[in-house]
Design a binder for this molecule. Structure first.
Ligand code: PGA
Ligand code: ZN
Length: 428
């Protein structure tokens, strides 16, 4: 049973406070921490921060720590950690609000994850196996990683309006090979960028992608293509882009030069122009996935583009991992994949429900990190246990990103002959 819960404030990869929980049972201590993103929407679960501008610029989380140490501890001590849905329900009942604004989704998620780890230990099974059991899904699958190699948008201080360009080693035979292919391409890309613009252009963004100071994403795509050519992997590596277009949408137009000091006005595009641009991109590059191609409230354009069937169309800011938004998008055929950000949901039980929604609709599923991450590798086990087929955890560099990818290596090793890599079936 759960004997003690102790929370503390730690810092995430951006140096901003977040919550960590140590949950104790007779089997030992189980630790979990929660990530945080640059974009927060009105439909996601609420992250509570202290808001005192004099301390950590308002970002400290001591109130949340206290809530865990007092209210949540009191409610959960004595519970069986294998009963995930009862633990999560107890916190939902205690919170009583729709968006977890009373206790804080950051408090609830940290405890929910720690309890899941304790539950796996109680059953003496690997974490991914316990998660697979909880979801009713029995065949753990190693996801195809979407490695961020170019960063822009809110994640980097360059002129690139779009948020990230990713590479997917769909042609790898195993996850281990996918990681090698991703790493090699990343290092070739570093060389390509250095040759073209100089070493200073190799600085990286928040999720580890290179952030050369260019404003043209076609130029960035060409760099990535050149790196892939140098590795010789060619058609075994595909490209995905997160446009995060809400961040450069002004009224009904999209300003692809929004971060550039020398705006010419040439890149001010209507939704229709954007559709044409996406069509051209999909025919010029091996693009298999596009995330948030339009503003988060521009459902019609996304629907039209998705209907063309040119690639996977992922809803991130569009859906905010919110069950109601996902249901609407399924009914209206708005997009065909979900970017799953677990801190927008708040409990593991609800994460499993949201995943089920997406799977029943035959959508693609991307288990996703946030730009502010911690060393917690839970996301890796989650992606395997829920067999999401895809994981987006940043570049194949930087500790908080590698925490996830390295854990996937360990899981694959442990599964041995039984290991399945999603590979070409990444969208299932
Ligand atoms: P965020 O970015 O964590 O800053 O929200 C992640 C993403 O947009 O995919
Ligand atoms: Zn996104």
């Amino acid at each position: 049973v759960i004997t003690k819960i102790k929370a503390r404030q730690i810092l995430d990869s951006r140096g901003i406070p977040t919550v960590e929980v140590d949950l104790y049972t007779n089997k030992g201590m189980f630790r979990a921490s929660v990530p945080s993103g640059d974009t927060t929407g009105m439909y996601e679960a609420v992250e509570i921060r202290d808001g005192d501008k004099g301390i950590y610029l308002g970002n400290s989380v001591t109130r949340v720590v206290k809530i865990i140490n007092e209210k949540i501890s009191e409610a959960l001590i004595g519970m069986d950690p294998t009963l995930q849905s009862q633990i999560d329900q107890a916190m939902i009942d205690l919170d009583k609000t729709e968006k977890k604004g009373e206790l804080g989704a950051n408090a609830i998620l940290a405890v929910s994850i720690a309890a899941c780890k304790a539950g796996a230990a109680e059953k003496e099974v690997p974490l991914y196996k316990h998660i697979a059991d909880l979801s009713g899904k029995t065949s753990p699958t190693l996801p195809v990683p979407a490695f961020t190699v170019i960063s822009g948008g809110k994640h980097a201080g360059n002129n690139l309006a779009i948020q990230e360009i990713m590479i997917l080693p769909t042609g790898a035979g195993r996850f281990e090979e996918a990681l090698q292919m991703g790493s090699e391409t990343y290092h070739h890309l570093k060389a390509v960028i250095t040759e073209k613009y100089g070493a200073h252009a190799c600085n990286v963004g928040e999720d580890g992608g290179f952030a050369p100071n260019i404003s043209s994403f076609r130029e960035a795509l060409d760099l990535v293509q050149e790196a892939i050519t140098r590795t010789g992997y060619n058609e075994r590596i595909k490209i995905a882009i997160d446009f995060a277009a809400t961040n450069f949408c002004i009224g009904t137009k999209y300003d692809l030069d929004i971060k550039s000091p020398n705006k010419s006005g040439q890149n001010f595009k209507s939704g229709e122009d954007m559709i044409e641009m996406y069509k051209e991109l999909c025919s010029d590059y091996p693009i298999v996935s596009i995330e948030d191609p339009f503003d988060k409230e521009e459902w019609e354009h996304i629907k039209y583009f998705s209907g063309l069937g040119l690639c996977q169309v992922v809803g991130d800011d569009l859906l905010m991992s919110n069950a109601k938004r996902i249901e609407r998008a399924i009914t209206e055929s708005t997009c065909n994949a979900l970017l799953l950000k677990i801190n927008q949901v708040g409990t593991l039980t609800e994460v499993i429900e949201v995943v089920k929604l997406a799977k029943d609709a035959h959508w693609g599923l991307v288990t996703s990190h946030r730009c502010g991450e911690t060393e917690d590798s839970f996301l890796a086990d989650l992606s395997v246990g829920l067999a999401t087929g895809q994981i987006k955890a940043g570049a194949p560099c930087r500790g908080e990103r590698l925490a996830k990818y390295n854990q996937l290596l360990r899981i694959e090793e442990e599964l041995g002959d039984q290991a399945i890599y999603a590979g070409e079936d990444w969208m299932q």
